[in-house]
Design a protein around this ligand. Structure first.
Ligand SMILES: NC(=O)c1ccc[n+]([C@@H]2O[C@H](COP(=O)([O-])OP(=O)(O)OC[C@H]3O[C@@H](n4cnc5c(N)ncnc54)[C@H](O)[C@@H]3O)[C@@H](O)[C@H]2O)c1
Length: 311
């Protein structure tokens, strides 16, 4: 199959690319390397075609690169993620996260692809009265990033209805694993902690650390995304949670890193509790997460030891 991965040089995108290449697919990447890195593509860079482009109307739609002709699937991951970044730069992140998504959808329409995958976030649920979070809950986003992801979902739904496109929205829950070291100052919690360990500093925790997250190991996520290509759909538009299905508090997680902690004031825009209901993905994709938190953190710490001694 010919597959376009936007954001393929990023943390999740590069793992997806490696897995698709392993399955002998013909992979093309669009990435502007704003947070991604060619280092993430060490395994696959000679086997894929990389277009160093921003997903903008000017750069992509005015003259669609010829190489994209006959694309079968698009995985759209390109984004400027992280909540804090969207608070500091709502316009810049809107351009990447909302405009970038409609450009990817328009590509899908013009290229007449088989199926489009939009990689969304559990952030769209925001604050809810109950857990676990299931796909048909009314979204209640609490920050610009979450709104931007929700807008991407709404555009996807409209594109599916209007242009008869098959689309799966994947709502990911706190993905972790090797390569989660994207450039810049906005970091995922484990990345920050690993840097703090390296610098012999305490692990910082916002608030009391009783906020919970549903951590999902990268290989489980990638397996779920790839199942999306072959799953039979009863409806042309589906939303699926991909989560570990367990909630863990930040304080509990910090214990697994075996370091001292330092508590900082809470962040008001942060969701308090998260736990994914993964029954729909289990049923539709025949998927389930198989990496336990203990195992996943062990793998991450191993990788980090190798990473920090070789770079
Ligand atoms: N990491 C998580 O826990 C998590 C959770 C939920 C959802 N997601 C979503 O998964 C996707 C990938 O996240 P990630 O953690 O791998 O982030 P990442 O920053 O490592 O990857 C994003 C990639 O998109 C590229 N990019 C950004 N703006 C672009 C643009 N305008 N045009 C082309 N390329 C552009 C970046 O260079 C980078 O390679 C994002 O859409 C994110 O919102 C991630």
């Amino acid at each position: 199959m010919k597959i376009l991965v936007t954001g393929g040089a990023g943390f999740i995108g590069s793992h997806l690319v490696d897995a698709l290449v392993k399955q002998n697919h013909n992979v093309i990447i669009i990435d502007n390397f704003s947070t991604g890195s060619i280092k993430n593509l060490e395994k696959s860079k000679t086997k894929v075609k990389i277009l160093n482009l921003s997903l903008s109307i000017e750069k992509v739609l005015k003259r669609i690169p010829k190489i994209l002709k006959d694309t079968d699937y698009i995985f759209h991951l390109a984004a400027l993620p992280r909540i804090e970044r969207s608070i500091d730069d709502p316009i810049g992140t809107h351009q990447a996260n909302v405009e970038g998504t409609i450009v990817a959808l328009e590509l899908a329409r013009q290229l007449k692809i088989k199926r489009f995958f939009f990689i969304s976030s559990s952030s769209v649920y925001g604050i809810q009265k109950r857990l676990p979070l299931f796909e048909s809950l009314q979204p209640n986003p609490q920050n610009p990033y979450a709104y931007q992801k929700l807008m991407g979902e709404y555009y996807s739904k409209i594109y599916s209805q209007t242009y008869n496109l098959e689309i799966i929205i994947f709502r990911l829950f706190n993905v972790y694993g090797p390569r989660m070291f994207s450039k810049g100052s906005y970091k995922l919690v484990f990345t920050k902690w690993l840097e703090q360990i390296k610098n012999k500093q305490p692990l910082t925790i916002y608030g009391k650390g009783d906020q919970t997250r549903d951590f999902t190991y990268i290989t489980d996520v990638v397996r779920g995304l790839i199942l999306g290509m072959t799953t039979k759909l009863r409806r042309p538009f589906e939303i699926l949670n991909l989560g570990g299905g367990q909630q863990k508090s930040i304080r509990e997680m910090a214990k697994l890193f075996k370091s001292n902690v330092q508590f900082l004031p809470p962040r008001p825009y942060e969701e308090k509790f998260k736990k994914a209901d993964i029954n729909k993905a289990k049923k539709l994709l025949k998927w389930r997460p198989i990496t336990s938190i203990d195992e996943g953190i062990k793998k991450l710490l191993n990788y980090h030891t190798i990473y920090s001694t070789t770079r």
